[in-house]
Ligand binder design. Sequence first.
Ligand code: PAF
Length: 277
Amino acid sequence: MKIAETLASMREVRLSFDGTVGLVPTMGYLHEGHLSLVRQAKAECNHVVVTIFVNPTQFGPSEDLSKYPRDLDRDLKLLEPLGVDLVWMPTAEVMYPPGYQTWVEVEALTKGLEGAMRTGHFRGVATVVAKLFNATQPDKAYFGQKDAQQAAVIRRMAVDLSFPLEVIVCPTVREADGLAMSSRNKYLNEFERKAATILFRSLSAAKKLYESGERNAESLRETMKEVLASEPLAQMQYVSCADYDSLEELDTVSGKTLLSMAVFMGKTRLIDNFVLG
Ligand code: PAF
């Protein structure tokens, strides 16, 4: 497993690869969700590149970049046995050289849901992912369904900017009790951790209602809200029942649909989603 920091050293290794390249972009502090993306990339591509970069431009002013969990040694130990060919860990100066002023904005898709709560977040995500695509030139790039809006934004951006690659969205990996894996789960105390299963239970209740034939989107949103309200530690920020591709809120569920939510568990903000249809 080669490790590179500069753009030139990463490019040198990348150019030595024959065959297809799968890219797994991450911000480090890896968990089983990331590792499942690496395994899928390994199964589908000749070479796997993982990037570890805590991207400052996707953090809002109230989101503490310096407190984002980091453990590079542990990350590298987790990646090595999976047969990763190259780990690129650029510094902020490599990604955003002095005088930086070029941005990628995906418009309508970033207005609602996470975009409405985290101004500028998706501009930072789309920009850094476009730069990672340009720098590493992958054939396939792997993202988790857990960040559903991010996946939709990146799929749109890849088409709009004619990136010659396939964006692959892989299923959310969950703990045994249903909690979606996330680097942020480490901030939960014992009580919040137990209570955090309420997101999965709320989504499951709406899915059950859908499976029993309910197609009224407001009824599904109400069900999610009611279940969330039954947990005193949970503070709902939003629930949504939206079209999977456009992310527009629905009146009636027909095609592929995204049920999603953001919930504060104490000071920790958790998101989760299910795809219906
Ligand atoms: O999902 C993440 O970890 C980040 O948003 C990504 C895609 C690596 C961009 O910084």
